[in-house]
Design a protein. Structure first.
Lengths: 112, 112
């Protein structure tokens, strides 16, 4: 059983398109995150949701909009994709109060 | 603002050698530190979590230490194996909520 699963694993799309990445966790955690890993392997937090409420919103373009329909899901929607959005995006979850995070496999987004 | 640095950026060692990976952080208010390994196409795997009240954690051939006063953490790998080849990331937890800052990683190659 996969604890944190992301779909799709790979995503190639053209500039200007709108795309979504889905994330689901079956660990019963109440906090979920999105991270972006750039070409230098540096991971940066983008968003954090606790009980479906936005907790962390780092400096991310408005084209990125997270949506949490319930505690087990945190989807990432990206509008008007740009070349610079190409990266690997990781979803993670944890229980509030515990900082041990569980990560998904990542979604490699390539914008052409 | 928390900054996390890992040295070296890349490391190549012969099989069987003991090695140490270093992680430095600027904010001594860090309260937990976590080590991950990242394998291509497999996302992030949590290795060890050191809580603020602890100084080290051990799991098998791995030992991680945390010295908050000096802003350093080390990951010691004993008797390295080719299967240990991966990128190792440290992540520091700080701030009023679950904010995680990742280091740039150390790419380890263990040569048979």
């Amino acid at each position: 059983d996969t604890a944190v699963s992301q779909t799709p694993k790979y995503l190639v799309t053209q500039m200007g398109n709108d795309k979504s990445i889905k994330c689901e966790q079956n660990l019963g955690h109440d906090t979920m995150y999105w991270y972006k890993q750039d070409s230098k392997k540096f991971l940066k937090i983008m968003f954090s949701y606790n009980n479906k409420e936005l907790i962390i919103n780092e400096t991310v373009p408005n084209r990125f909009s997270p949506k949490s329909p319930d505690k087990a899901h945190l989807n990432l929607h990206i509008n008007s994709l740009e070349l610079g959005d190409s990266a690997v995006y990781f979803c993670a979850s944890s229980q509030w109060g515990s900082t041990e995070a569980f990560f998904g496999q990542g979604t490699r987004l390539t914008v052409v | 603002k928390q900054e996390v640095t890992q040295i070296p950026a890349a490391l190549s060692v012969p099989e069987g050698e003991n090695l140490v990976l270093n992680c430095s952080f600027t904010d001594s208010a860090i309260y937990n530190l976590q080590w991950f390994r990242q394998d291509p196409g497999k996302g992030l795997t949590s290795l060890l979590l050191i809580q603020s009240s602890q100084r080290e954690q051990t799991s098998g051939r791995l030992n991680a230490s945390l010295d908050k006063s000096s802003g350093r953490s080390t990951l010691y790998i004993a008797a390295s194996q080719p299967g240990d080849s991966a990128t190792y990331l440290c992540a520091g937890y700080s701030g009023g909520y679950q904010k995680v800052t990742f280091g740039t990683g150390t790419k380890l190659q263990v040569i048979p």
